[in-house]
Ligand binder design. Sequence first.
Ligand code: AMP
Ligand code: TRP
Length: 333
Amino acid sequence: MGKKIFSGVQPTGNLHLGNYIGAIKNFVELQNQKDNNCVFCVVDLHAITVKQDPKTLKDNIRETTAAFLASGIDPEKSIIFNQSLVSAHAEGSWMLGCVARMGWLNRMTQFKEKAGKDKEKASIGLYIYPVLMAADILLYDATHVPVGEDQKQHLELSRDIAQKFNLDFNVPNFLKVPEPLIKKNFSRIMSLKDGTKKMSKSDPSDLSRINLTDSKEEIVNKIKKAKTDTRPFPENEKDLNKRPEVENLLGIYSSLNNQSLKNSINEFAGKNFSEFKEKLSEIVVEKIYPISKEINKLQKDNNFIDDVLKVGSEKAGAIASEKVKKMKEILGF
Ligand code: AMP
Ligand code: TRP
């Protein structure tokens, strides 16, 4: 039997190679496997948990959609839509929020990271963000959720919420308990400037990430400037110990070539970093630059993108509102 896939990406600008390798590349692979039903969502309601400029938000929703399309997500095969067009997500989220426990949310490390020192000043939306994510997933009876490593804890919470709802209202199996799909390798791409920090949309240094909209020259330049170290090129996986930057670059190379880390190390053993970086630039340009070009092209046609989202949201809305209707009945409304 095929899988029911749901995943989301926030439209917060600067989509990068980490988003591609950790998430979008896998979306495309899953879409192209026989019998899978895929729903891919531009999670704009999640984006506003931190303040957004309305005009920029609109541009970013379109840019993220364009990135989905440019990477190979096909609206004929998958449902592509933005969350705010389907009000069932907000409704479902409220009902699930009454099932989720404060204690569970208090453990979420992403909230702690994003809220920073002054938690009192974080929005309530940021705190309950994982509940909305649970609604996203559970409304579609998703069986599998492809995400990067950083979303693991949120997925566990979705599973807990589903189980508690089913138990509290004695509706076994009504909400499907989703499985995370996190690639064992390469599910956490790090900053090009600091191998201990994940590659992130919000890093102030543009040199820390390869954006999906970068030009060839930008890609090559960023890889040239990427941090390595003064030790010789690794000869085996053990040599990667405590060398996060080198491990990260080799991870990127391996993932884009669909080969193991070990094979990549063997390919360059005895050579120097400049040779490796040259090959790394080649593969990143080969894989990312066509996406960048296509995003730029698609962004010239807002009507087309808006239309994809509208059609997608109608399909998504039909599924999600049906589930919300059943939830309401279960709750006694
Ligand atoms: P976000 O940009 O936070 O909405 O993330 C969208 C998707 O990209 C999620 O599945 C994340 O887990 C994934 N992701 C974000 N940053 C990285 C990264 N540095 N490495 C791997 N996956 C990532
Ligand atoms: N929280 C995810 C992130 O920041 C995005 C997201 C929202 C998501 N809803 C989802 C991912 C549902 C998977 C399934 O990356």
